[in-house]
Design a protein around this ligand. Structure first.
Ligand code: GAR
Length: 204
């Protein structure tokens, strides 16, 4: 593998706190030999996009609303290819990807989800955990395959669910772990020093 920095294409739809955690990790040297090649939003009002512009990072906006899913994803693929990204990093990107998108970047799309998968996939994972009565919650960084919130697990971090929790307090406790988990997982992936057998991710 060449020593050129690994180029991340970050996809987001909203706040972008995971994107900012990744940006800080790169700035602090916790994510070596990695650079952000593009921050790509599908929602014009996404505050993560504004934050990326303020930081002077390369950005693009491809509004998804009103566009057929296949056409939108084709436009996203073109932007990511133009930016020569090595890894597609979903950071609060709240749209299901088409099979065409997933096969355009095989085993190179990463997602973070606010539950300990396979528990509580889909929307409102933190509320699902509370409603179910789970005593432990957390977050999962995983590779993306064609099933929602399903691909190979790279890393998980757990937090307790407290009797006093509501959705906001539990989400905040999980989010703090997300901000640690995503840079750690990306460091493992971009190092290239790992193997995947079946569903099992191992650091080499
Ligand atoms: C995060 O909690 C992330 O895990 C979740 O959206 C939030 C985005 O926050 N993603 C999903 O639920 C994906 N299924 P952020 O914009 O501040 O990073």
């Amino acid at each position: 593998m060449s020593d050129a920095p690994r180029r991340l294409g970050i996809l987001l739809s909203g706040r972008g706190s995971n994107f900012l955690a990744i940006h800080h990790a790169i700035a602090e040297g916790r994510l070596p030999n990695v650079e952000i090649a593009l921050v790509l939003a599908n929602v014009a009002a996404a505050s993560g996009l504004e934050a990326a512009i303020q930081l002077g990072l390369p950005t693009a906006l491809q509004v998804s609303k009103g566009t057929p899913r296949e056409d939108h994803d084709a436009a996203m693929i073109a932007l990511l290819r133009e930016a020569k990204v090595d890894w597609v990093v979903l950071a609060g990107y709240m749209r299901v990807l088409t099979p065409a998108f997933i096969s355009a970047f095989p085993n190179r799309i990463v997602n973070i989800h606010p539950s300990l998968l396979p528990a509580f996939p889909g929307l409102h994972a933190q509320r699902q955990a509370l409603d179910y009565g789970a005593k432990v919650a957390g977050c999962t960084v995983h590779l993306v395959d064609e099933a929602v919130d399903h691909g190979t697990i790279v890393l998980q971090r757990a937090v307790p669910v407290l009797d006093t929790d509501d959705e906001a307090t539990l989400s905040a406790r999980i989010l703090a772990e997300e901000h640690l988990a995503y840079p750690q997982a990306l460091a493992r992936l971009t190092s290239g020093r790992y193997t995947i057998r079946g569903r099992q991710f191992r650091q080499a």
